[in-house]
Design a protein around this ligand. Structure first.
Ligand code: PXP
Length: 250
């Protein structure tokens, strides 16, 4: 069955909105990132995903170390190809790293990493992270040339960007085009021996059609789960997504 990685960045976004300049020893800092991660795991999350940004505006280095120590499943660390963040990853030693593009103005990651423009940097990062035993994934747009470059630079996983599919949800013909792109890119990646994940903009409504198109190894989902958690709690929100994933193909 397709695994579920739960991205808990938005919990850190909420915490930083209030407590960015606070001394955690003196005040009650909330929400608690570790509690969110543990509840996601209790709801069935196979991995926990967190993005350590260059400017540390959401997750902090200390969160990554705490997650590494405190969760029982896999830790997926998202990050840019940036020396400072690579050095933190080499100390945290997550199970996976997912290399993403970063733009300081964006609220969330808006497009895939362009491996053509970043080939040398990405290749060097993959070599160093892989040597430390970390599996390396590339967050790329669903383009066959990007998939082939991911293989060429030594990545073992790709995460295909599903944002265009999600944005086309209410437009059936455009949705079909985007599903076709995802299917072609995913099949090429599988043919090359890569593990094929996907993420971005996946929600309770669009997840099943995505999985009917290709049996991804893992989906990384954040926004919709954290949003639902506001009304039903994190554990129930993750359980509901797991039920949908389990139902595909039955
Ligand atoms: N995968 C990657 C690489 C991401 O950067 C993000 C967050 O933008 C996600 C998955 C989760 O996306 P969403 O929050 O839209 O579910």
């Amino acid at each position: 069955m397709t695994k579920l990685g739960v991205n808990i960045d938005h919990c850190a976004t909420l915490r930083q909105a209030r407590y960015r300049f606070s001394d955690a020893e003196k005040v009650v800092v909330e929400p608690d990132i570790m509690e969110a991660a543990r509840l996601a795991e209790s709801g069935g999350a196979d991995s926990i995903t967190a993005h350590l940004r260059e400017d540390r505006r959401h997750m902090q280095d200390s969160d990554m170390f705490a997650l590494r120590r405190g969760i029982s499943g896999k830790l997926n660390m998202e990050m840019a190809c940036n020396e400072d963040v690579i050095s933190v990853a080499l100390k945290v030693l997550p199970d996976y790293v997912c290399l993403v593009p970063e733009n300081r103005q964006e609220v969330t990651t808006e497009g895939g990493l362009d491996l053509r423009a970043n080939e040398a940097k990405a290749e060097s990062a993959v070599a160093r992270l892989s040597a430390a035993g970390i599996r390396c994934s590339m967050f790329i747009d669903p383009d066959i040339s990007q998939v082939e470059l991911a293989r060429k630079i030594g990545a073992n996983t790709v995460e295909l960007h599903t944002g265009a599919y999600a944005n086309a949800w209410r437009n059936p013909s455009e949705r079909a085009v985007q599903l076709g792109r995802l299917k072609a890119a995913a099949e090429r990646a599988a043919e090359l021996g890569l593990t094929v994940n996907s993420g971005h903009g996946i929600n309770y409504e669009n997840v099943c059609q995505l999985l009917e198109t290709f049996a991804f190894d893992e989906l990384n989902i954040g926004h919709t789960i954290v949003s639902k958690a506001l009304s039903v709690g994190m554990k129930a929100a993750v359980e509901e997504m797991k039920r949908l994933i389990a139902g595909v193909g039955k």
